[in-house]
Structures are given as structure tokens and as C-alpha cells.
Design a protein around this ligand. Sequence first.
Ligand SMILES: [Zn+2]
Length: 326
Amino acid sequence: MNLALLKDSKGILFSTEFLLTIILFVLIIGIVASLMVKTDEKILNSIKTNNLESYSSKVADSLISSPGSPENWEKLSNFNNVIAGLSIQNGNKEVLLNTISFKKINTLKSNYNTLISKNIFNNEIKSSISIYPLNKEINPIIMGDEINNDENFNVFVVSRMVKCDFLSELAILSLNNENKNENYLNNLCNHNTLNNLSHENIEEYNWICKEFKISKKDLQYNDYYLIFDEESTKISGFWILDNIKRISNDENNMNNVKTDLNSYFEENLENNSELIFYLHCKIPTNNKNKFNCVLVAIPKEMEIDDLNFSYFTFQTCQFILKTTYN
Ligand SMILES: [Zn+2]
């Protein structure tokens, strides 16, 4: 009886020790396992992180140094199969490195979800693109997802310096001191052969003249403006606009940054399907280096808040791509 009890108590004792050992063992295994999982997560995260970081810089470089495919993708209406690229291709199809097209930027902005979020990041990544011109007269362009730097420390920022053409291709005439008065001297100015209107070679002034053609049809689609840079409005210059059928010598003061030319063209194209016009600029010789002017044709559907000269020249900008996990 006693023996049995002893055996029993021994048995209980044994199983308590055994239980304790098992609990300890399980605890240790658990701790080790959780440590291993944490390390694995860390490794996984850093792989993901490294991938997104390097992938983002590859995406940024490809956007600014390739024209995208297919060619002229910005003119398409469906972007499902487009690989976006913003580079400008010149007439010989050479890609201008780190020079991006304003037209492509605008198409990218209106179709960001398809072109960037879906086609490039497979809807797995949040991203945004910002283009900040160094010239403060031009508004920055911002597109894509809202990414808050404070909330998530895994935000990757890729920054590149680029040039953007903005609206320079809408300038049908560009006049500055580099043009000199060779057009006048080479008979390309309609005043050249007219004695009473000839641009006398007074030392005080330099004449810069250029001809251009506008049709009635052009007028239906575009608004025309003569735009001077700020400096040019302070040099006491003059301009004359006339055409092959109605020659004029009326000098206008060069003191407005922007002049609307639509009514002049409408009036003169009323009975002509197209005409050759001449813009003559009379620039004080001592300030000839400060003269800069463009004559621009703005498509009627295009809305631009404040047209200024800077929009019609290439501008250096900071291109920023931000990415983070969804
Ligand atoms: Zn002239």
C-alpha cells in the first residue's frame, strides 16, 4: 500500500518535472522561432526596399532619356500598351538627352494612372512626379499620388536635372539680337525696296525683321500674340506689323509684354485665304542685347494662366520621382 503510494507520488513528481521541461523547451523554441521570423522579415523588407530604390531610379532615368514607345505615343487615345518616355526626338529622330517634352508631360499628367501606376508599377506602388522650373516665372507641374514624407519613412526620392521645351514649339517667330538685320539687308524685308519706308541705317537703331505666313484656317484654330520679355519693354524699342498687301510704317511702342494680334490678322485675312506678314523691330543699338521677342500661335483649346516670354524658351527644371509602398 505504502509502496503503491510512493510509486504514485514518484510518478506525479516525474511528470511535473517533465511538464516543466516541455514548457521551457516550447518557450525557447517559440522565442527562437519568433526571432527567426523577425530576422526574415527584416531581410525581406530590405530586399524589397533595395529593389524599389533601384527600380525607381531606373524608371526616372528611362522617363527622361527615352522618347517612349510606340513613337509619338502622346498622340494616342489608348495608353494600355504604352511605355512612357518624355524625351524629345529631333527631326533626325535623335533623342535629345535629358530634354523633356512639355506635350508628353501633359499627356502623362492626364493619364498618370494608366501610364505610370499601372504600366510601370503594376498598381503595387504609390508614386508622384514633380517638375520644378528654376525660373520662377513658370509654374511647377505636379502629378500622381499624394505621398506624405512624414507618415512613411520608406519614401524614395529620385531627383534629376532636365531641360523642358515648354511652349517653345508654339513660337512661329523668334527674334533677338542674334538675328541682326541680315533679313533686311538680304531683301527679306518688304520695306527694303521702298524708299520712303526703308529702315534708315541710323546708328542709334538696329532693325530686326522677319516674314511669316498665316492662313485663314490657322486663325480658326489659334490665338496669336506678340510677346516680349520683361527687359525688352524697358529699352524704348518699336515694332511694326504689316503684310505684303498692306504695307505700313506705324511704329508701336515695345512697352507691353503681351499684345493680342488676332483682330489685326482677322481684318487682313478677311479677303485672303493666306498672306505673308512682316514683323519689323526697331531696337536701340545700345540696348540690342536686351531684346527678345516671340510671335506665338496658341491653340484655342489650350488654357494657360499667365503667358509670359519664359514659356517659349527651353528651361532648366528639377525632375523629381517619389515612390513608396501602397
Ligand atoms: Zn523690316
